[in-house]
Write a protein that binds this ligand. Structure first.
Ligand SMILES: NC(=O)c1ccc[n+]([C@@H]2O[C@H](COP(=O)([O-])OP(=O)(O)OC[C@H]3O[C@@H](n4cnc5c(N)ncnc54)[C@H](O)[C@@H]3O)[C@@H](O)[C@H]2O)c1
Length: 248
């Protein structure tokens, strides 16, 4: 039971949800790979975790570049012996009304959130299939259901849900599961910077009336990553305080 001795690679894990998930996995006995595009942040996160006595290595890679992704996966297997859990977490958003969004806004949002998840899953699946075991967990968003002002992001995250369903179909008989966690409003520094009026509006749409925490998302990822979750695949697990009841 659990994830002890499993090798877990979490993309974009030098910050936020990814960092907390990586920490929790390492605390529970996994050998963790911290990936991020920002080298200093990878180094700092690895140092922090090592001071806590956790088994962790760092890999700087831009997940939108196939050559960097393939190298990271191969080096992970060479160094740690396998690749058992992949969390496609790295993401970002360019928001705005349709008329104001640029081609560059669209491209970067689709590339980081969707192309990155595709490239990492493609590179990881060979290793997983050869060992007849794997857990792929994609961090989507409640926003895949649709959000005004979120054309690139909602589209990218809807793509992530589609990708997850394909992975589940293609890899199901090879011992590999693929699921999404779809966070809603999560307490991050971005939230603290919002004007009070915006905060009140957003909270008014939350059935639970409150924000989630990075730990809420890490809990869901840990559940899906567990050895015992092998019969759960192709699912979207919302962790959003009920906000998935509404789109928009
Ligand atoms: N925070 C929320 O409220 C929320 C809600 C719904 C979904 N999500 C999703 O959760 C995930 C994590 O979000 P977060 O709030 O922790 O964000 P964050 O900005 O704190 O962390 C994202 C990390 O991804 C890294 N990254 C960006 N582009 C990269 C690339 N090309 N290659 C490698 N790393 C890259 C960043 O450097 C950063 O460290 C994202 O996929 C996001 O869309 C977050």
């Amino acid at each position: 039971m659990g994830i002890e001795n499993r090798v877990a690679l979490i993309t974009g894990s030098a910050s936020g949800i990814g960092k907390k998930t990586a920490f929790r996995m390492a605390q529970n006995g996994a050998k963790v790979v911290i990936n991020d595009i920002v080298a200093d942040n990878v180094e700092q996160t690895v140092d922090e975790f090592k001071k806590e006595g956790l088994a962790v290595i760092g890999k700087v890679a831009d997940i939108t570049k196939k050559v960097e992704v393939d190298r990271m996966m191969n080096e992970t297997v060479e160094t740690l012996g396998s690749l058992d859990i992949l969390v496609n977490n790295a993401g970002m958003e360019r928001a705005g009304a349709l008329r104001n969004l640029t081609e560059a806004d669209w491209d970067i949002t689709i590339n980081v959130n969707l192309k990155g998840a595709f490239l990492c899953s493609q590179a990881a699946h060979n290793h997983m299939v050869s060992q007849n075991y794997g857990r792929i967990i994609n961090i989507a968003s409640r926003a895949w259901l649709g959000g005004a002002g979120q054309a690139p992001y909602s589209s990218a995250k809807a793509g992530v849900v589609g990708l997850t369903r394909v992975l589940a179909l293609e890899l199901g008989r090879k011992g590999v599961t693929a699921n999404c966690v779809a966070p809603g409003l999560i307490h991050t520094p971005l939230w603290d910077d919002l004007p009070e009026k915006n905060k009140a509006f957003l909270l008014s749409k939350q059935p639970t009336g409150k924000l989630g925490d990075v730990d809420d998302i890490a809990n869901a990822v840990m559940f899906l990553a567990d050895d015992q979750s092998g019969y759960i695949t192709a699912q979207v697990l919302y962790v959003c305080g009920g906000r998935s009841l509404y789109s928009g």
